[in-house]
Ligand binder design. Structure first.
Ligand SMILES: Nc1nc2c(c(=O)[nH]1)N[C@H]1C(S)=C(S)[C@@H](COP(=O)(O)O)O[C@H]1N2
Ligand SMILES: [Mo]
Length: 258
């Protein structure tokens, strides 16, 4: 235990110094048992190193319209197989609602129109997949912070989970369902958006219609497509196989910084 004290304190001091007042309450991260467990794992060294090098609020590079890739590859699920999803798609997602729940004071159910009526952000960024390809695209959507502010996170919230419509693997216990998670630093980052459009058009099914995450300082597999439900949690150890995401459950790093 005592070996943990120094790094933790350093983490806090650096966090407070670089974040300033922007993310009030983010220092509470250090109190969560789950975060302490995380800090005691080997992975936190990578996490901390990336945070220190990149800075906790540094921006991902943004590109010019002329840099947009003529073709943006589709990867992973290209068409969720469920009947529920098929019914939503047939109706052009008019009946789709984004659920925002878990550790929030005001659970929300938002339609695509609701999301388009919230503040919007457009950003041209590069997507990097671990499989070795990249593509530059123009994403438009709602900053996740705007949604979370409306839902009012409760003090115990530490991570934001994204539950998707697709299963990449047909597991009996449901652990083949795609999901992802990010911490509150990335959740409130200005370039973290719930994107409904790519290159000026509503998301195609291949790219994650009707809504997908863009968390620009991390790798492709963090960019959850087909988001159905957002859940604020204190720990994700009881979700899926407990590692915070579909690919994380299969050995990939949770903090997939670029
Ligand atoms: N729901 C869901 N999200 C997902 C995936 C997936 O299979 N299902 N694949 C991930 C991976 S590995 C990548 S590289 C990107 C691909 O996004 P794209 O199809 O828009 O290129 O989505 C990520 N998000
Ligand atoms: Mo990927």
């Amino acid at each position: 235990m005592s070996s943990l004290k120094l790094p933790r304190r350093k983490f806090l001091i650096l966090g407070a110094a670089s974040l300033g007042g922007m993310l009030s309450g983010c220092d509470r991260l250090s109190e969560a048992p789950s975060f302490e467990e995380f800090l005691s794992s080997a992975e936190w060294l990578t996490y901390r190193a990336q945070r220190l090098i990149g800075g906790r609020i540094s921006l991902a590079r943004e590109f010019a319209p002329s840099d947009v890739s003529p073709v943006f590859k589709v990867n992973g699920t290209t068409m969720p197989g469920s009947e529920d999803y098929a019914a939503l798609r047939e109706n052009n997602f008019a009946d789709w609602r984004l659920k925002v729940e878990g550790l929030v004071a005001k659970p929300l159910e938002l339609s695509l129109a609701d999301l388009r009526n919230l503040p919007q952000r457009t950003q041209i960024t590069r997507h990097d997949c671990v499989e070795g390809w990249s593509a530059i695209g123009k994403w438009q959507g709602v900053p996740l912070s705007a949604v979370l502010q409306r839902a009012e996170l409760l003090p115990a919230a530490r991570f934001i989970m994204f539950h998707c419509a697709d299963a990449l693997e047909q597991s009996l216990d449901g652990t083949g369902q795609y999901y992802e998670s990010i911490d509150l630093i990335d959740a409130f980052h200005p370039q973290t958006i719930l994107a409904h459009s790519l290159n000026g058009a509503p998301l195609s099914v291949g790219h994650g219609a009707p809504l997908r995450l863009r968390v620009e300082r991390q790798l492709g597999y963090k960019q959850a497509k087909y988001i159905m439900r957002i859940e604020a949690v204190a720990t994700f150890s009881a979700i899926g196989r407990g590692k915070g995401g579909y690919w994380e459950d299969r050995g990939y790093e949770w903090y997939a910084g670029i």
